[in-house]
Ligand binder design. Structure first.
Ligand code: NOJ
Length: 612
């Protein structure tokens, strides 16, 4: 049948809508305390609508001691006071709905804060009724009698996943910070409490669904075995094989749907790391076995991360990037599953800096090139705040000591430097080399890159993010006078205008861009990325009007030659959009030359062709 397989159940808002992620601390401060807030978000709802956003995803704004920027929740039913109140959230929900937009909240239920009332009870005594709501284990003992944690698992934020509790003489599990104990999903009563407090409370207020944090980590392998040793220099080892995608994961998600989500027709987008097998991902996102509406599969944003330690940057080549994009575009073809298109979020370096070029002469074209790529990909499109104006990574002279704030990268840095000092004692040069390498890796990949305040204008040194004279909670990017919303709103050729245009185009050709099939061309080329989107499955020609789009992207700062796919595969295609102002003129010259389907792309040039 000549239809796109992914198009089963077309017309769904959560497939066709453009989603935009807001990181509350850094979006907009309305009351001059240096921290973003809900009233600040409210003041920008019209900006989002105008950009073309249909779905607003708000990262955690719940009550929290903020050890991990709100991913450590102490009360699901209350709002972090500096951000506002539950009533403010209700106003935001209503404001989105009044403009025809949907709103998703973050659902962080793998763990709570250690300040949550549930954990306070759980840790109060071994026979407390809530003891079993978290994961407690007795110690192991080494041959010399010293106490050891129950396993050698490494926490995401460095060190062990186990914290010793002096009071009750047991360890509790925390995959993240020690202030973020893991909930025990094996306990039915705990699951019911989570459903009520974290989910029904907000669904009753009208939220349309959730981005689900660590969605594949609730079910741990109950043997609690040591992880294999990958990093012989330290005791703690990467252990996701023991705690991700555990035996009851799918059962828990089915229960969550039948108990809660189905009653509200709520949508979920799960955060799904450590799951490289498409067949496995399909189990989560297949529409038949309703578990999750869609997921963020992490292969694309993991590119460049170290295999043993996240902030040990590894160089990569374009064919790998292209194959990764192709894999997570194509895995739903012929199935009832759904995918997402994204390359930024609050845990990632900025895409212009990571995947293209943030040099002054290239960064605007780079941002537009990535926009061209993303806006033409199949699946639900997610944009992260600031991506629409091409915000870039923090400058290389920002220091870990003064400017970086993120618990993950700061802890990683200190642990790596300590390990280097121990392993290379006396060799100052080697220690310095290692330290510089980790700093550079964090500058490329660090989460703080995404958390600098949103650059609204050049009205003050905080880029209009806050009026507080001493600035925001986090340093503003030095380049805000050049990269900001107000400036770009006044420029028809800005990155912001380009994104708006691309989002409009995407929505006016849903069959091609949102539901189409993806075909990669010239996969081994290290400089250019050429792909087609078609409304027909691979192997079938897409030669009728409106049936095909071709995207050609030069991922280098040199001139590159590309070949448009043959006419018998993609039909007669015409230039629709380019990121160079004179793309149309350049195209005319090339078309009239004797070069046939060959095109020459300038540094970071991208073009979109569509069948007429
Ligand atoms: C994933 C979130 O995106 C990240 O920011 C957070 O640190 C961890 N989960 C823990 O909740």
């Amino acid at each position: 049948m000549a239809t796109s397989a992914a198009s089963l159940s077309k017309g769904t808002w959560w497939k066709e809508g453009v989603a935009y992620q807001i990181y509350p601390a850094s979006f907009k401060d309305s009351n001059g305390d240096g921290l973003g807030d809900i009233a600040g978000i409210l003041s920008k709802v019209d900006y989002l609508k105008d950009l073309g956003v249909d779905i607003v995803w708000v990262s955690p704004m719940f009550e929290s001691p903020q050890i991990d920027m709100g991913y450590d929740i102490s009360n699901y039913e209350s709002v972090h006071a500096p951000y506002g109140t539950v009533e403010d959230m209700q106003a935001l929900i209503d404001a989105c709905h009044a403009r025809g937009m949907k709103i998703l909240l973050d659902l962080v239920i793998n763990h709570t804060s250690s300040e949550h009332a549930w954990f306070k009870e759980s840790r109060s005594s071994r026979d407390n009724p809530k003891r079993n709501w978290y994961i407690w284990k007795p110690p192991r003992y080494a041959e010399d009698g010293s106490r050891l944690p129950p396993t050698n698992w490494r926490s995401y934020f460095s060190g062990s996943t186990w914290e010793w509790d002096e009071h009750t003489q047991e360890y509790y599990l925390h995959l993240f910070a020690k202030e973020m104990p893991d909930l025990n999903w094996e306990n039915e009563e705990t699951r019911q409490a989570i459903y009520n407090s974290a989910m029904r409370f907000w669904l009753d207020k009208g939220v349309d669904g959730f981005r689900v944090d660590c969605v594949n980590m609730y079910s741990k392998r109950l043997g609690f075995l040591d992880a294999p040793i990958l990093d012989a220099a330290v005791f703690e080892q990467p252990a996701w094989c023991e705690y991700a995608n555990g035996p009851r994961m799918h059962e828990f998600l089915r229960e969550m749907n039948s108990a809660v989500l189905n009653q509200y027709d709520a949508v979920t987008v799960g955060e799904l790391p450590h799951t490289p097998d498409p067949k496995h991902v399909l189990r989560y996102v297949g529409a038949g076995d309703k578990q999750l509406s869609m997921v963020f599969q992490f292969d694309i944003v993991d590119i460049g991360q170290g295999t043993v330690g996240k902030y040990r940057f590894e160089d990569w080549k374009l064919p790998f990037f292209k194959a990764t994009v192709a894999k997570w575009q194509q895995f739903i073809e012929g199935t009832d599953g759904w995918t997402t298109a994204f390359c930024e979020n609050h845990d990632q370096g900025r895409s212009v800096s990571r995947f293209a070029s943030d040099l002054p002469e290239h960064r605007e074209n780079s941002a537009k090139l990535l926009s061209l790529m993303l806006a033409t990909l199949t699946g639900t499109l997610y944009i992260y705040q600031g991506q629409e104006i091409g915000m870039i990574n923090v400058p290389t002279d920002w220091t870990i000591e003064k400017d970086y704030q993120d618990i993950e990268s700061v802890n990683f840095y200190h642990a790596a430097v300590k390990a280097a000092r121990e392993a290379m004692a006396g060799d100052q040069q080697a220690i310095q080399k290692e330290t510089d390498y980790i700093r550079r890796s964090i500058q490329i990949l660090g989460r703080d890159n995404a958390r600098t305040p949103m650059q609204w204008d050049a009205s003050n040194k905080s880029a209009g993010f806050t009026d507080r004279p001493e600035g925001g909670w986090m340093r503003t990017h030095d380049l805000y006078p050049e990269i900001n919303v107000a400036k770009q709103q006044s420029e028809p050729d800005s990155v912001l205008s380009f994104w708006k245009n691309m989002l409009r185009l995407r929505k006016s050709h849903k069959d091609l861009f949102i539901y189409g099939n993806f075909r990669l061309y010239d996969p081994d080329n290290e400089s250019t990325f050429v792909f087609a989107k078609t409304t027909t499955p691979a192997g079938e020609a897409a030669t009728g009007a409106g049936q095909a789009a071709v995207v050609v992207l030069n991922f280098t700062d040199k001139v590159q030659v590309v070949h448009l796919p043959p006419a018998d595969e993609v039909g007669d295609i015409q230039l629709q959009v380019g990121n160079y102002l004179d793309a149309t003129a350049a195209e005319k010259t090339e078309q009239s030359s004797a070069l046939g389907r060959q095109r020459t792309l300038r540094p970071w040039e991208g073009r979109l062709y569509m069948s007429s």
